[in-house]
Design a protein around this ligand. Structure first.
Ligand code: LLP
Length: 404
């Protein structure tokens, strides 16, 4: 995405042309960026060729996942719906792992029938349930056990998952018990230890700590895991010049770990694969002048992009045309929804805006559309993918008649 003669373009296509053709709000994705992200991700860890399972929750668009599959990735899913999406996108079952704390019997049944690589269990009850269903089908099912390593990921508390107070995984003591339990089962085959300590992690140290814990626990359990699933969580920089995750150091720590273990590494990245491929283009409906700040009322709202309302997340916000006029007033970029948290950002010294101007929110490819809702009976936006000279509609805008 860049300005050419003051006009914002995505892969050289003018944002204004996209808005004119498809209306607003519109989610727009770049294939080129997706390809680059995947290639970089692979390069970062190429010495041990991990199985990279894209975390479908971050972007559930089947067309995007098809492209991800063609670029060699598998999938990490957390529901029957996500598993169906991954299969529809053509991902081979043997490249799919199923995570999540509350898989229902129906979901476990479906996963077993589809012969996916691993069901990563998160409690004793779940293991017993998998075992019961496997037995009823006369099958042996490959499972993982998710360990809660009690490691602080140093990220937002809402997206932290690896501390003992979080609901995810099992503690060390329970882990050993479950390893023993699984060893003696005739219907389950324990193949994997999985961890995932959180999301939007920018510091490599929590990963190092997590690996130390995993190293100790694997040694102590005296069990050979075919797979060690390290989850995802690699952060991206949402703002210019912000800290970046040091992949080199993470890679070194994993290589150090692999000196003592022969398991295959699995990753479950979401944001690092799709975060920066998406932009949300919206239009200013009204400008409401206020004493100290003006409200820039957009046609996109928190139902289209929840991250700011849910986590106080900040997405870089850009105008479609650059002018040289700076506003003296502070701007509050808000949506039309009846909630005070329906606010995207507050910016000082933004360029002077007028009604009908186009505003672009950047880096919304992960947890943008996938977290969207129909709150206030608002249809979800259209999604388009720019690939080479082609622009493909990859999800139509919802129609009110389908919602009502
Ligand atoms: N694996 C598991 C088991 C997960 O729970 C998650 C994310 C991932 C992988 C992928 O993590 P990533 O590489 O995308 O960080 N909605 C929040 C993020 C929630 C993440 C939930 N789990 C956000 O918008 O920031």
């Amino acid at each position: 995405m860049r300005y050419i003669n003051k006009i914002l373009t995505i892969e050289k296509i003018r944002v204004q042309d996209i808005a004119k053709k498809f209306g607003t709000p519109v989610y727009c994705y770049s294939y080129k960026q997706l390809k680059e992200n995947i290639s970089n991700f692979k390069k970062n860890f190429n010495s041990f060729s991990p199985l990279i399972c894209f975390a479908v929750k971050s972007n559930t668009n089947v067309s995007i996942i098809k492209e991800i599959r063609k670029l060699g990735l598998g999938a990490d899913v957390v529901s029957m719906g996500e598993l169906m999406v991954a299969l529809k996108a053509g991902i081979k079952p043997k490249k799919i792992v199923f995570s999540g704390v509350g898989k229902t019997a129906a979901e476990i049944n479906y996963a077993i029938d589809k012969k996916i690589l691993l069901i990563n269990a998160e409690s004793k009850s779940e293991i017993i349930e998998i075992e019961r269903i496997a037995k009823s089908k006369n099958k042996i099912v490959d499972i993982g056990i998710r360990l809660n390593p009690n490691t602080d990921a140093k990220t937002l508390k809402q997206i932290s998952t690896g501390k003992k107070e979080n609901k995810f995984g099992v503690d060390e003591k329970t882990f050993f018990k479950l390893v023993n339990y699984s060893k003696n089962s005739k219907s389950i085959d324990l193949k994997c230890l999985s961890v995932h300590i959180g999301s939007q992690i920018l510091d490599h140290k929590p990963y190092e700590k997590m690996l130390d814990v995993v190293d100790k626990i694997v040694k102590k359990s005296n069990y050979r895991f075919d797979f060690i699933d390290l989850g995802g969580g690699m952060g991206i920089s949402y703002e210019n010049n912000k800290k970046k995750l040091n992949y080199k150091k993470y890679n070194i720590a994993i290589k150090r770990f692999l000196k003592n273990h022969t398991s295959k590494i699995i990753f479950e990245p979401g944001r690092s694969i799709v975060g920066n491929i998406g932009s949300l283009i919206s239009k200013v409906i009204y400008i409401k002048e206020n004493n100290k700040k003006d409200f820039i009322i957009l046609d996109a709202a928190m139902n289209d992009l929840m991250r700011p309302a849910l986590y106080g997340a900040n997405h870089k916000t850009l105008p479609a045309f650059k002018t040289n006029q700076i506003s003296q007033k502070t701007y509050d970029f808000v949506g039309p929804i009846c909630e005070s948290t329906d606010k995207f950002t507050t910016l000082k010294k933004f360029q002077k805006l007028k009604e009908k101007d186009l505003i672009i929110m950047c880096d919304v490819g992960a947890y943008g559309m996938s977290l969207s809702s129909n709150y206030n009976v608002r249809p979800k936006p259209i999604e388009i993918l720019i690939k080479g000279s082609k622009i493909n509609i990859i999800k139509q805008r919802q129609k009110l008649k389908d919602l009502i």
